[in-house]
Design a protein around this ligand. Structure first.
Ligand code: FDA
Length: 389
């Protein structure tokens, strides 16, 4: 039976980083994946340009039942550590917005960086490998036979986008070792609408609008996008991680201005103006017709009472919508919930009651906001486990 110091299951962002660090320490390291390629999500990420980190990542950008857990790893392996690696590999990058760093060229640059570091530190990578079981000890039974390892690191990610290799493997291993797993749900995911709203906003498909969206005490200021199925765009993806079925989203479609004050001034200065003409200064035409009845839009400002102007402003600045659901794991960027962090050391990611067993990356109950935070978590948790596994 082949013996390794460390076997890492899952050659995604976290697994690759962990393998590099373990290899650096001279550990005989094997990285296994059932997919035919390593790092498929890296390749797909950031619209093909991989938003590989966020310069301003802090623990506040993550959701977890244990909000303190991510602090240690994030503070020991910061965005600047990964940026240094990117610079060493002469990968051109830029800040798109809000601290989000993207490759100038292709996501493949990041994957190549990780693969070349793996090669440099003699990590063995075996793809298309099915893992049948992992038993205490550790014996890893695979389609290529049984393997033995001192340490096993589970880096199989979450459930989002099954076509990219996602599986519940990590949760099953946790359950096998009697470790609690928080219920999972899709995060950073578009919303679908109830039929009546879907019809109401059908003509808006493709319209993008800057907004502030809030739900459950969290708010995001980014753009939103109407789609033929519902609501998407960065603002909606962000808030989706905080939304629960039945919750209302409150959306301000004109966050920089006081729309009521603007309407009152317009009424004073151009009383003859139509409500529609006035609002067209701030919103696309298609949005107006979806939000307000034609007779209101056709009214002259001079004929609008203060109460009516308030109602009009309210429609756009405190729009309330209850989504039907989210698009689910099919299109979600992350999986919320996962292996309970309380059973691991936040420093080493080793399971307290199973020495030698580690969980890293998205399999854990730590999920980041949109904007490079999830890769930063993958790098930081993979790096931390790689120092000890
Ligand atoms: P990851 O999912 O990357 O890797 C898990 C690996 O385990 C996969 O290679 C899989 O094949 C393997 N595996 C699963 N089950 C297995 C089994 N049973 N046996 C063997 N192997 C198994 N984040 C960000 O910060 N910036 C961005 O730009 C994007 N963009 C983005 C786009 C899209 C389309 C998605 C879906 C996601 C993103 N993300 C992102 C999120 C980011 O990709 C994600 O959080 C990390 O890839 C998680 O890294 P992990 O290594 O934990 O899991």
């Amino acid at each position: 039976m082949q013996q390794y110091d460390v076997i890492i299951v899952g050659a995604g962002a976290a697994g690759l980083m962990c393998a590099i660090e373990a290899g650096k320490r001279g550990r005989k390291t094997l990285l296994l994946d059932h997919a035919n390629k390593a790092g498929k999500k890296i390749l797909m990420s950031g619209g093909g340009r991989c938003n590989f980190t966020n310069m301003y990542a802090t623990p506040e950008n993550y959701l977890s039942h244990n909000p303190n857990f991510c602090k240690s790893a994030l503070s020991r392996y910061t965005p600047w550590h990964f940026i240094e690696l990117v610079q060493q590999h002469k990968i051109a990058y830029h800040e798109k917005t809000l601290g989000q760093l993207f490759c100038d060229n292709k996501s493949k640059d990041i994957l190549n960086l990780l693969l070349s570091e793996c090669e440099r530190y003699n990590v063995t990578i075996k793809l298309k490998t099915t893992i049948k079981s992992i038993n205490a000890g550790f014996i890893v039974d695979t389609c290529m036979g049984e393997l033995r390892a001192d340490s096993v690191v589970i880096a199989t990610g979450g459930l989002s986008i099954p076509t990219l290799g996602a599986s519940p493997f990590g949760y099953k291993i946790a359950e096998q070792f009697d470790l609690p797993v928080h219920p999972t749900r899709a995060g950073l995911v578009p919303f679908t609408l109830h039929e009546h709203d879907k019809q109401r906003f059908a003509d808006l498909s493709g319209v993008s609008q800057e907004c502030v969206v809030s739900c459950n005490g969290q708010r995001f200021r980014e753009s939103m996008l109407f789609t033929h199925r519902g609501l998407s765009g960065p603002a909606m993806l962000q808030i989706s991680s905080y939304w629960r079925p039945g919750n209302t989203l409150r959306i301000n479609l004109l966050p920089d201005s006081d729309l009521l004050a603007l309407l009152i001034t317009a009424k004073q200065d151009s009383a003859n103006q139509l409500v529609k003409t006035c609002l067209l200064t701030y919103f696309p035409k298609r949005l107006l017709t979806a939000m307000l009845a034609e007779d209101i839009l056709a009214q002259r400002l001079q004929n609008c009472s203060h109460k009516q102007l308030e109602t009009i402003a309210h429609c756009f600045t405190a729009w309330e919508v209850v989504p039907n659901a989210t698009e689910g794991y099919r299109t979600a960027e992350v999986t919320l919930g996962g292996v309970d962090c309380d059973v691991l050391s936040s420093k080493t990611f080793e399971v307290s009651k199973v020495p030698g067993l580690y969980f890293i990356g998205e399999t854990l109950d730590v999920s980041g906001w949109l904007g490079g935070y999830n890769f930063q978590w993958a790098w930081a948790s993979g790096w931390a486990a790689g120092q000890v596994a």
